[in-house]
Design a protein around this ligand. Structure first.
Ligand code: ATR
Length: 290
């Protein structure tokens, strides 16, 4: 057997919804790079072995994306973290060097901000309401608190309040969260007065999932952002459409975080033509799942 092909991939569990392989493999094909991007669906009992195996010299994996539920768990295995990943204590991209050193990056936060900028969505002095306190919330909340265009107020609600408290307690050690107000109910999010509503929960991933927000809270001056991109239009986004609010799903964030991840692995910037292929492939793959 000759040398194994270089591999990249995504780890998480479950991974049924991921569009990352289509996007990353399209870039490899276009650039004629001899590498593949695989899906590593890791149940909890396989996670430690897999992570320890990344250190082995003969391991063909040189880069990974990390998704639910491992964005925090992988921190223990990193040899170093970028300052952003350290601030957020969340890693969604791993770079593996020739000496098998693991570097943890966070491309979710800049990916989210790049998408907001594409959408021309202004955050400075706005009231942002957030649903959720899971793995992706760290990047969203952290990003909004770190940028110069800080919102005036972020109200945030999670079904399990203790989880939200823990998340904020941890982030507060490294970030200024003075604009963040955790609340105990959806009503207290004050969506009728808010400018932007962001869903970071997994509610909506299943087509039968309900909308977590009462219909009458959604208004035409609200921008509704759902991190979920598959299905492309969750019950929340359908309500936004019916109420004539502007809205977006999270496909753009997936795209930008994926471009940034690719650039970390390639250790170079990629040009517009590659990005176009990645975006087009994502959009086409999503169409196919409909
Ligand atoms: P991710 O990494 O994608 O954020 P996660 O860490 O599993 O995924 O977090 C899922 C989020 O969706 C959490 O905020 C979770 O709320 P809890 O902390 O109360 O579990 C939220 N969520 C999941 N199912 C929900 C439901 N049926 N109603 C309300 N929130 C829900």
């Amino acid at each position: 057997m000759g040398p194994q092909q270089t591999q990249y991939g995504i780890i998480g569990y479950p991974l049924g919804h991921t569009l990352s392989p289509a996007m990353q493999n399209a870039a490899f094909n276009f650039l004629e790079v001899d590498a593949s991007y695989e899906v590593f669906a890791l149940p909890e009992n396989k996670f430690d072995d897999f992570m320890m195996g990344l250190k082995r010299e003969d391991n063909p994996i040189f880069g990974l994306n990390v998704t639910v539920p491992y964005k925090e768990d992988v921190l223990d295995y990193m040899d170093s973290l970028t300052p952003l990943a350290e601030k957020l204590r969340a890693v969604n991209t791993i770079f593996i060097g020739k000496k098998r050193n693991l570097i943890g990056h966070n491309t979710d936060a800049p990916g989210f901000l790049a998408h907001l900028s594409e959408l021309n969505l202004e955050t400075a002095n706005k009231h942002v309401a957030i649903l959720g306190a899971g793995g992706s919330t760290r990047a969203i909340l952290g990003a909004l608190c770190m940028i110069p265009e800080r919102p005036r107020l972020i109200t945030i609600y999670n079904r399990t309040y203790e989880r939200l408290e823990r998340l904020l307690g941890d982030l507060a050690k490294r970030l200024n969260l003075s604009i963040v107000q955790p609340v105990l109910s959806v009503e207290e999010l004050q969506i009728p007065k808010a400018d932007i509503l962001i869903n970071t929960t997994s509610v909506g991933l299943s087509v039968d999932d309900p909308c977590l927000v009462p219909d009458e809270d959604i208004h035409p001056n609200l921008f509704v952002y759902d991190l979920i991109y598959n299905p492309a239009k969750t019950a929340l986004l359908q309500t936004a459409e019916a109420k004539r609010a502007k809205y977006s799903n999270g496909l753009g964030m997936l795209f930008y975080q994926g471009v940034l991840a690719f650039q970390h692995w390639a250790e170079t910037e990629i040009d517009g033509a590659v990005k176009e292929i990645m975006r087009k492939t994502l959009e086409e793959s999503l169409q196919k799942t409909l």
